[in-house]
Design a protein around this ligand. Structure first.
Ligand code: UDP
Length: 563
């Protein structure tokens, strides 16, 4: 197995099993063995040959064509093998509910999972608290408690604690929520406003929009929809937060509306979930599927099938830190198979990221993965039965027996793409040369495809590399042919519309959602941000996150760390 030095360092710090002195007691090869063998134990439940599947899983992951989300790599085989990356927990309007969820969140965080919460059921600031005769402090004050707790737990936990805080656009405290990241770092939270269709209609008509007290259901006051929207734009422009989730769009594709409404996503936005639901993600590394200038669809089909089975198996051998989550996840059996290495794959095919051929290919690839994973889930249903909440689901109405309520999600792949040495998720390259510090070691990353092409085409030189180190892009380099410059356009050289179109092309064939940061240059104006949010809604995206280069940014997770 060939790992880059950076991958070896990441594996050593976070993923390899350690003894009590903190020394690794396995190597990366043994890590993959541990993961494959642990997941394949699930096959025994269905009276299948676990060794056969262990070998298949091992071949798939050790070739770096597929990797499951980090918690699966870290925790498989441990006594508390929590394998899921994504969770959503409910919060009701009582101290008991808030602190029960805080405890559950602490346990999830400790296991390396990220959690989303919708705080909208909490009565607004200044409302009455009958039991004490006091005054309510509002959702934002409770978010601060969650943030502080995350700070403390993460010090002993597996990785940085990630949370998503959501507030509905019609909550009376919406302005305070939108502004919070301009005032406080709240560094363990990404925040998103849950925007409804009726809000967007009010915005388009330049109408007033009612803010409603969730406790009394009464309209507290009416404000111009544009005033709320402008506040979202202002804060997002300044800090990257809040993002927006289009909650009605999300619920239109809720596969199990009879079980509940979706009111939040996981921390990076790619996974809408019901309260108490979890999801295990895994990503195929598309850079490994280019053969003779084409995508090898035959091999892809084969691997989609194995990866789908891997993720379904993972549910059965996960140790759930919260019993309610176990019940919900085993009821819907959501899994999220996606891709990484998209920018690499396009370079290998010679297609610029912002060319219409890239959009067409994105749709073709994702449609293919979606169809084949649905087919694999149907075959699993024949073998193992449909997911327990199938009756009453959208799948039942369509007459399609499924083992999993959803099968596809596109994750950021922040860390697993480093392990697999590929570009992250569906993002374009952020820079072609950059430095990254991991603990005490500084790594220099220069795009490996670019080096190869530069050598082949004869523009490789010390001077070329030095210029690249300085700029990070090919802009202004006379010795580089135009065709190559187009092929290696970086995130900030791609227009926001092109970023959104790529997200939309993938979303079209993704059951869950797509993680994507719309990277904007520093000089992007607020009007541009407003236009981008509206375009995202019109394109049918489930959510949108922007990041303006150089803007103040509290959280670490959004601009994919691995660029
Ligand atoms: N996540 C988290 N903490 C982190 C990174 C990720 O809790 O430091 C969770 C979060 O729910 C995120 C999901 O894992 O949306 C997937 O993130 P990513 O694909 O970057 O994870 P990887 O598997 O590459 O570590």
């Amino acid at each position: 197995m060939i790992f880059t030095d950076r991958a070896k360092t990441v594996l050593e710090i976070r993923y390899l099993l350690k003894n009590e002195k903190g020394e690794p007691i396995e190597n990366p090869e043994q890590l993959f063995q541990r993961v494959s063998s642990y997941i394949a134990q699930a096959e025994k439940i269905y009276k299948k040959n676990s060794f056969e599947w262990e070998e298949k899983f091992h071949e798939l992951i050790s070739s770096l064509r597929f990797l499951p989300n980090s918690p699966a790599l870290m925790n498989a085989g441990k006594p508390k093998a929590q394998l899921a990356a994504c969770f959503v927990l409910p919060i009701e309007d009582s101290i008991e509910s808030i602190f029960k969820t805080l405890k559950d969140a602490a346990l999830i965080l400790q296991s390396g999972g990220g959690t989303g919460f919708n705080f909208s059921s909490l009565r607004p600031k200044g409302d009455v608290v009958r039991s004490t005769g006091g005054v309510a402090s509002g959702p934002v004050s409770f978010m601060k408690i969650f943030d502080k707790a995350s700070d403390i737990i993460k010090q002993g936990g597996a990785r940085r604690g990630a949370n998503m805080g959501v507030l509905r656009v019609d909550h009376p405290d919406i302005f305070e929520f939108i502004r919070i990241k301009r005032i406080e770092s709240l560094s363990n939270f990404n925040i998103s406003v849950a925007v409804t269709d009726s809000f967007m209609e009010a915005l388009f008509k330049n109408d007033y929009f009612p803010l409603i007290n969730p406790r009394t259901k009464e309209v507290v006051r009416k404000v111009k929809a544009k005033d709320i929207f402008d506040e979202i734009v202002e804060s997002a422009w300044e800090t990257g937060d809040p993002g927006v989730i289009f909650i009605d769009t999300i619920n239109r594709s809720n596969p199990t509306p009879h079980i509940g409404q979706i009111d939040s996503t996981n921390p990076c936005g790619e996974q809408p979930l019901l309260p108490y639901e979890a999801c295990i993600l895994g990503s195929l590394n598309l850079s490994k599927y280019v053969k003779e200038g084409k995508i090898d669809f035959e091999r892809l089909e084969h691997d989609v099938k194995t990866a789908t089975r891997f993720l379904d198996d993972a549910i059965d051998v996960t140790h759930y830190p919260v019993p309610e989550v176990e019940k919900m996840h085993k009821g819907n059996r959501k899994i999220g198979l996606g891709i990484m290495g998209w920018a690499d794959c396009l370079v290998e095919l010679g297609i610029p990221y912002n060319h219409k051929k890239a959009l067409a290919l994105a749709e073709q690839v994702m449609q293919f993965i979606s169809e084949k994973s649905h087919k694999a889930s149907q075959e699993l249903a024949q073998e193992r039965g449909v997911f327990p909440n199938f009756k009453g689901s959208v799948w039942e109405k369509k007459g399609i027996p499924m083992r999993n309520a959803t099968t596809t999600t596109i994750a950021p792949t922040g860390t697993i793409s480093i392990i697999a040495d590929c570009s992250s998720g569906i993002e374009p390259y952020f820079l072609l040369a950059y430095k990254q510090r991991i603990l005490d070691t500084e790594f220099e990353i220069i795009n490996k495809y670019l080096i190869e092409i530069a050598q082949k085409q004869g523009f490789y030189s010390e001077d070329f590399i030095n210029q690249l180190r300085q700029k990070g892009t090919l802009r202004g380099m006379k010795e580089v042919p135009l065709r190559i410059k187009r092929l290696f356009k970086t995130a900030l050289e791609i227009t926001p519309e092109e970023h959104i179109q790529m997200q939309a092309s993938f979303q079209k064939y993704t059951d869950n959602a797509v993680s994507k940061t719309i990277n904007l240059s520093q000089r992007t104006r607020k009007e541009d941000v407003a236009r981008i949010f509206i375009l995202a809604y019109k394109k049918g995206l489930k959510g949108i996150t922007i990041f303006r280069y150089g803007s103040k940014r509290g959280t670490l997770l959004k601009i994919s760390d691995a660029h």
